[in-house]
Design a protein. Structure first.
Length: 565
């Protein structure tokens, strides 16, 4: 489907009246060479991006959206290549430029904001050095002027205390600050086009809003065009003037965002809208009976405190209280969600429960036993009964292992079954997380981010644990796979009585799966309650701020109701 055939620029009142798009893609086809043969990833894609606008590309994992974005500047993996089509950018066809010519375009005229700052930033270079390097490469600064220019760029990217941040290494920054550092690198040379590949998928809603506000200001103030690749339809609904929907390597629908959301023509688009979580249409995924009052909780946290030492200053030693007097209970077959901004103490609290960190004060009881200081066999038994799904699928899977080895590793560690029964269990788990059995032979690097996260969930479920701590388990997944995984978690809970401690910055997802929600801020629980009460009648101002930052809630709710009516 041709994007320009859907609508002209004048069809949207917010569109800039320009004679031609800044970026014009026609008939783009991309394939990857694998051990099993050639795989077509993008097939005949047509796409336009106009100056001063945000164009969002949405679709499931494997739909070809990221491949299309990376093909624009020919930053495909070594086994990928453009088979056909043109990528017109100004007077250039980027598909046919030499590598030397491409280097004059990348960074200078087209900036890229990658998905994962943990992987994309150089861990041994300070942030200021990495920004200054871009400026020097493109002749915009010298070694002498580079540091000052880099601080100016960091300021322009919205980093607080830019001069301090410039001297820090990536590991010393929060996820939101690292993502803004990537934006600074992308905008350093004041490019005409910014390609943002899932720039906010792992960030909490308030930080997400800050970053998206900044990208929006760039389009409004300087006419910069943004090609936003995202699985978050709420972000697309709020931020993009144009929407491109991809499925199985093809564009199935394209046009003004408000038109597509109001009247989606393709069945696949209607499916995406119906799957998108929103606060007004969300519902608990599983009706789990309330626990009996005489039943002991599976997990009980009592007045947990965790302090970290900070570097000494002239005033003497300093400490950071990351968790401050946190208490809660979690029963079998129930889901307790911890929500809050980055740095609120959610993940640290979960690590205390799992005994991955020692509490400064307080107690953790698991199935009635105090495990606060458990060591040896007692700690190993807890490891078997309590599992963790990490947030980052890029870092949580051993790149040397096949997927079969990844999933069966817990079974081998606890000597459960033999080789054949373990493989059978792995196949069963892959099927339950909507991955084909052939995935067992592949490596993590051969999978998309969403597929890797599904593998991580399968691994956590291998031992049939009593408790699974889910640390942002669906933040990297597109909405339809997200819905599948949430349905899977609810189904497993109903079948086995497993309890979930669910950490998320996505409150719409939380409402779908949680039976109880605890809102954390600065290490303390400021509000608790069932989601239907807490999200409709929040008592604390911080909870109201979190709800106000959720993207696309009302837009997606009305669109989903339209598609299902």
């Amino acid at each position: 489907m041709t994007d320009t055939a859907t609508t002209s620029p004048g069809a949207d009142e917010n569109m800039t009246h320009t004679p031609q798009p800044l970026l014009e893609i026609r008939g783009l086809s991309v394939s990857y060479r694998t051990r099993g043969g050639t795989v077509a990833a993008v097939r005949g894609v047509d796409l336009d991006v106009w100056p001063g606008q945000v164009t969002a590309v949405v679709g499931e994992s494997g739909s070809g959206k990221s491949t299309t974005a990376h093909a624009i500047t020919r930053l495909l993996p070594g086994n990928g290549g453009i088979d056909a089509g043109t990528v017109r950018f100004g007077r250039h066809d980027l598909a046919t430029l030499s590598e030397a010519e491409l280097r004059t375009v990348r960074g200078a005229r087209i900036g890229l904001v990658p998905q994962d700052p943990t992987v994309s930033l150089n861990p041994v270079k300070r942030i200021g050095e990495q920004v200054a390097e871009v400026l020097r490469i493109h002749g915009l600064a010298t070694r002498r002027s580079g540091p000052a220019e880099a601080i100016a760029v960091l300021n322009r990217a919205g980093l607080p205390d830019a001069a301090v941040r410039a001297r820090q290494y990536p590991h010393e920054l929060s996820g939101g600050i690292r993502q803004r550092a990537l934006i600074a690198i992308a905008i350093a040379a004041k490019p005409e086009l910014i390609i943002a590949d899932e720039p906010t998928s792992a960030l909490d809603v308030t930080v997400q809003r800050v970053i998206l506000d900044h990208l929006q200001r760039l389009t409004e103030e300087s006419g910069t065009a943004v090609l936003l690749v995202t699985h978050d339809l709420g972000v697309a609904a709020d931020r993009a003037q144009r929407l491109v929907v991809m499925s199985q390597g093809k564009v199935v629908e394209a046009g003004p965002t408000r038109d597509i959301l109001a009247d989606p023509r393709d069945e696949y688009t209607r499916h995406l809208l119906a799957s998108a979580p929103s606060l007004t249409t969300a519902r608990p995924r599983a009706a789990v009976p309330a626990p009996k009052t005489d039943t002991a909780p599976l997990v009980e946290a009592r007045n947990l405190v965790k302090e970290f030492r900070l570097p000494r200053t002239g005033d003497g030693p300093r400490t950071l209280r990351a968790v401050d007097d946190v208490s809660f209970t979690l029963h079998r077959g129930r889901t307790l969600a911890l929500v809050g901004e980055s740095g609120s103490g959610k993940s640290t609290t979960a690590r205390l429960v799992l005994r991955l960190a020692d509490a400064t004060a307080g107690h953790v009881l698991f199935d009635g036993t105090d495990v606060t200081t458990a060591r040896g066999p007692r700690a190993r038994e807890l490891r078997r009964r309590a599992q963790l799904v990490y947030q980052n699928p890029y870092a949580s899977l051993d790149p040397r292992f096949s997927i079969g080895d990844v999933i069966t590793e817990p079974l081998r560690a606890f000597k459960v079954g033999d080789r054949f029964s373990r493989l059978a269990r792995a196949r069963e788990l892959l099927d339950r997380v909507a991955l084909p059995a052939a995935t067992l032979e592949r490596r993590p690097a051969e999978l998309s981010g969403g597929q890797r996260q599904r593998v991580a969930i399968a691994r956590a479920l291998a031992l049939s644990p009593d408790l699974v701590v889910c640390d942002e388990p669906v933040s990297a997944l597109d909405v339809s796979v997200q819905a599948q995984v949430l349905d899977l978690l609810a189904e497993l809970q109903a079948d086995t009585g497993v309890a979930y401690l669910f950490i998320s910055h996505d409150l719409a997802v939380v409402r779908q799966i949680a039976h109880q929600v605890a809102v954390m801020r600065a290490g303390r629980v400021v509000e608790t309650g069932p989601p239907e009460e807490l999200f409709t009648r929040p008592r604390h101002g911080y909870t109201r701020d979190l709800l106000a930052a959720i993207p696309g809630g009302r837009v997606l709710s009305s669109a989903a109701e339209t598609t299902t009516s």
